[in-house]
Design a protein around this ligand. Structure first.
Ligand SMILES: NC(=O)c1ccc[n+]([C@@H]2O[C@H](COP(=O)([O-])OP(=O)(O)OC[C@H]3O[C@@H](n4cnc5c(N)ncnc54)[C@H](O)[C@@H]3O)[C@@H](O)[C@H]2O)c1
Length: 338
């Protein structure tokens, strides 16, 4: 039976996106009131359609670069396009979303005394010289490259979180998320898992950048959401940053072969040059997460997670699929011009 005393009012920014929609679902299941805020740039109402009639769920269209006045106990700040194809579409807006969005959400947390969690990223480590990356590593980030709007925006957001914590005693949690995949990823987001699955399902060539030896770790969405919820529930003296992800490391070539096997596709591999600033290796050190998040560890292995993701993508694999940015260009979002 639900414990009504434990019910919290929780704001999830970016709640109609991939991770946000799973988080909203989880928080509703845990008995909380959820306010999902999104400007639908890369997210979609369809991702939360199954929650719309729920009495403890509310959806609000809002851009976090503008202030928000609501009454909540906790804030999960996820609003930000996460894949290069989306965050490079309007890089100025990407930086604003991270920086102004953080300022607005931290201001809100300060006003109402809410606890606030920032969805940061492994991209704050840039192209790391240390493997795997512990939280103490400061990173190697290009401040002026095409990925900088995202990487530096997220780094600045972390700075703001820690300054609000030191200066205003805000209760903060910063989680650094490593590559996560699962159902409701956008099929055309250019991320490697969605790319490979969509190419395999359509029988197209699977694109490998460079020689395919660069590695990534892949965390299934359910494992990630469990870690986020546990991070929010840590004692007030725990701020993070804390890495969350799956330390299992796979080369792009190995992933492509797995996807081909699981989909039974006839796709062949096609080789392309490596894009600028593409990290060669990325793997989380999750020792701190294991310790601070009550023994949390990823449980879903890659084959199981890929199977579930492939099942989801089969429902969206039929052409034509419009790129998300043509559905809602950033330029259409009403905002002041600076
Ligand atoms: N998925 C990953 O592997 C991963 C890895 C590291 C970090 N993250 C972080 O997690 C968060 C969620 O990522 P995701 O994978 O679900 O991406 P996503 O693009 O599916 O979700 C982002 C959501 O934020 C919304 N949004 C963007 N700009 C906004 C704005 N100005 N105001 C309000 N809403 C806005 C989008 O419409 C979308 O619903 C992001 O902050 C991302 O940086 C994700």
């Amino acid at each position: 039976m639900r414990n009504y005393n434990a019910t919290k009012r929780i704001l999830v920014t970016g709640g109609a996106g991939f991770l946000g929609s799973h988080l909203c679902e989880r928080l509703i299941a845990d008995g909380h009131d959820v306010l999902c805020v999104d400007n639908f740039f890369t997210g979609n109402k369809r991702n939360v359609a199954h929650l719309l009639d729920h009495p403890r769920f509310e959806l609000m269209r809002h851009d976090v670069t503008f202030p928000l006045y609501v009454e909540v106990n906790e804030i999960y700040n996820l609003a930000c396009p996460a894949s290069p194809v989306h965050y490079q579409y309007d890089p100025v807006q990407t930086t604003k979303t991270s920086v102004h969005g953080a300022i607005n959400m931290l201001g809100l947390a300060k006003r109402v005394g809410a606890k606030i969690l920032q969805a940061s990223t492994s991209e704050v480590y840039g192209d790391p010289e240390v493997h795997p990356q512990p939280e103490s590593y400061w990173g190697k980030v290009n401040p002026i490259g095409p990925r900088s709007c995202y990487d530096e925006g997220k780094r600045c957001a972390e700075t703001l979180f820690f300054d609000y914590h030191r200066q205003h005693k805000l209760r903060i949690k910063v989680v650094r998320i490593f590559n996560t995949y699962g159902p409701r990823m956008h099929p055309n987001d250019g991320r490697v898992v969605s790319n490979f699955i969509m190419q395999a399902l359509r029988g197209e060539d699977i694109t490998i950048y460079g020689d395919g030896s660069q590695t990534r770790s892949f965390c299934y969405v359910d494992d990630l959401i469990e870690a986020m919820v546990r991070a929010m529930d840590t004692p007030d003296d725990f701020t993070g940053p804390v890495n969350i992800g799956n330390p299992g490391e796979f080369s792009m070539l190995a992933l492509a072969e797995k996807v081909i096997a699981l989909t039974g596709s006839q796709s062949k591999l096609a080789w392309r040059p490596l894009p600028a600033d593409d990290p060669k290796q990325r793997r989380p050190d999750i020792s701190l997460a294991r310790e601070a998040l009550k023994g949390w560890a990823p449980e879903v292995d890659l084959a199981t997670g890929l199977d579930r993701t492939i099942a989801y993508f089969k429902g969206v694999a039929q052409p034509p699929i419009e790129p998300v940015i043509s559905l809602r260009p950033a330029a259409d979002v009403t905002r002041p011009v600076h």
